[in-house]
Write a new protein. Structure first.
Lengths: 288, 118, 100
């Protein structure tokens, strides 16, 4: 009896260890959520459709799609329009809160060179945590007013943090937890669901029509689309955070936007970031 | 009825009918001509995706709209596409201008009239 | 005969327009529109034109133009219902577009 129990407990330990070590999710049955299969299919779709675009170049959005546009972009690269945001963000990041704590206290590695890990799924609270969310929660925990998710202060902070991670490959994790898989799937659903009076899904433009023009604007591919955030957008004459981009995409299709950092927005950011795994952080970016 | 009164009444009825017909019971009679509707960003906004003669800086998400009489001999088919192209092609990115109440029936008619001149 | 013809023509003239809408009509129409828009909100799929029509309806009512107010409220209800139909249809059909 003792031997059987010992062997069983050893076997169980080995199995658990295998899972822990591999960080793997069990092989997916049909109809269940399989982010790894989705990831491969997503990547193959874009690399097959654009065989002449180097994989890492997808993070440059419309510039990876259109040679003419790329020339214009390269021309301004000597004086990137987001430089002021990086400088301001660096200064803000280094300035302590009234209570003496600072942003670095809310992150691993004091918040330097960690942007590629966001968003992540928090197993304790059961929700997707984005970079913008942590920054505001950090402020509120330390007695400061939160910033608007769509305005310049948040853009400056995230511009600086992205800059400290430039070139690092996205490393988004989906833990083997049904809540995390559900959040991932809700993000995927949001991305492919038609919405607004104009009946577009995110995929309508960024999966079905990358490289095509709407009027004179070149549509970016969904692969790597979050890698350059936050962006300086010439059309906006200023910086745009991830939140701002999602809100404006909704209103452009005549859909009433959700509140910035709504659960669904965080889920879709989670999904798109996971699809960008391995691609380099390129933020902050510039766009037309 | 005596002759004079009959003529007077007939004239009156004709005048009333003329007023009613000219006023145009459906609102579409007051809509902009089709080209203006097609090119208006808040209406058809067709140039966003389609190259149409007479328009500038078109997009290329959809096919160029030319030879329309040859390509769509059945007006009902073209009207249906503008009304709701998802019925014909579930994967289309063309907005369902009729189903989603983006354009009125009259506006769609006017745009279809215009497209047949391209 | 002449009298009947004259009466018919007068009915045509005055009856061409509908009976004027009242404030009560507006309140009924607005309640229906708001309820539909709330349902669209629960589905996280409200449309901007719906909100615009609701605002226009309230504005017209405040100015005492209940014909316009009712028309706008009915438009808002139609838009809200279309947005609900879109959300419900998409709940099952979104998967068709996923890259596999």
């Amino acid at each position: 009896m003792k031997i059987v129990r010992a062997i069983t407990s050893v076997a169980v330990t080995i199995v658990i260890a295998a899972f822990v070590v591999a960080g793997a999710r069990p092989a997916a049955a049909a109809d269940s959520i399989d982010p790894d299969a989705d990831f491969k299919a997503f990547r193959d779709y874009f690399t097959k459709r654009f065989p002449n675009v180097p994989l890492n170049d997808f993070v440059n959005g419309p510039y990876s799609m259109d040679a003419e546009l790329r020339k214009q972009w390269e021309a301004i690269d000597d004086f990137p329009p987001y430089d002021f945001a990086i400088d301001r963000g660096k200064q803000m990041f280094a300035t302590p809160f009234k209570n003496g704590k600072s942003y670095g206290d809310c992150f691993a590695d004091k918040g330097i060179g960690i942007r590629q890990n966001y968003p992540y799924f928090d197993l304790q609270s059961g929700e997707v945590i984005t970079l913008e969310l942590v920054l505001n929660r950090c402020r509120e925990t330390n007695g400061e007013e939160p910033y608007s998710y769509v305005k310049d202060e948040m853009a400056s902070l995230t511009a600086y943090m992205a800059f400290t991670s430039r070139g690092k490959p996205f490393d988004i994790k989906i833990p083997n937890d049904p809540r995390a898989l559900k959040a991932y799937q809700k993000g995927e659903e949001y991305f492919y669901t038609r919405r607004g009076q104009l009946n577009f899904s995110c995929a309508s433009c960024h999966v079905q029509n990358p490289g095509n023009h709407i009027r004179t604007e070149v549509l970016a591919p969904a692969l790597g689309i979050v890698a350059a955030m936050p962006i300086y957008r010439s059309e906006w004459n200023g910086m745009g955070t991830m939140s701002r981009r999602l809100v404006t995409c909704n209103s452009q299709v005549r859909g009433v936007p959700l509140k910035p950092q709504d659960e669904l927005y965080r889920d879709v950011e989670y999904y798109l970031s996971y699809m960008s795994n391995g691609l380099p952080v390129s933020g902050p970016g510039a766009r037309p | 009825m005596r002759g004079g009164a009959a003529r007077g009444t007939a004239l009156f009825v004709a005048a009333v009918l003329a007023v009613v017909l000219l006023a145009g019971a459906p609102a579409s009679a007051q809509a902009l001509p089709g080209q203006a509707l097609a090119f208006d960003r808040s209406k058809g906004n067709c140039l966003t995706c389609h190259d149409i003669k007479g328009g500038d800086a078109p997009g290329n998400v959809g096919p160029a709209l030319a030879d329309m009489k040859t390509r769509f001999p059945d007006r009902k088919e073209l009207t249906a596409i503008v009304f709701d192209e998802t019925k014909r092609n579930p994967r289309t990115v063309m907005p369902p201008f009729g189903r989603n109440l983006i354009l009125t029936d009259g506006e769609i008619e006017a745009i279809v009239d215009f497209l047949y001149t391209r | 005969m002449r009298t009947y013809l004259f009466a018919a023509v007068m009915c045509l003239l005055t009856g061409a327009a509908q009976a004027a809408s009242t404030e009560a009509d507006f309140k009924t129409a607005l309640a229906a529109a708001v309820a539909a828009e709330q349902e669209a909100g629960a589905l996280k799929n409200q449309w901007i034109p719906t909100e615009q029509a609701l605002a226009a309806a309230k504005k017209a009512a405040a100015a005492g133009d209940f014909n316009a107010a009712v028309a706008q409220a009915k438009e808002a209800e139609a838009l809200a219902k279309a947005s609900i139909a879109q959300a419900k249809e998409q709940q099952t059909s979104w998967k068709a577009g996923v890259i596999r």
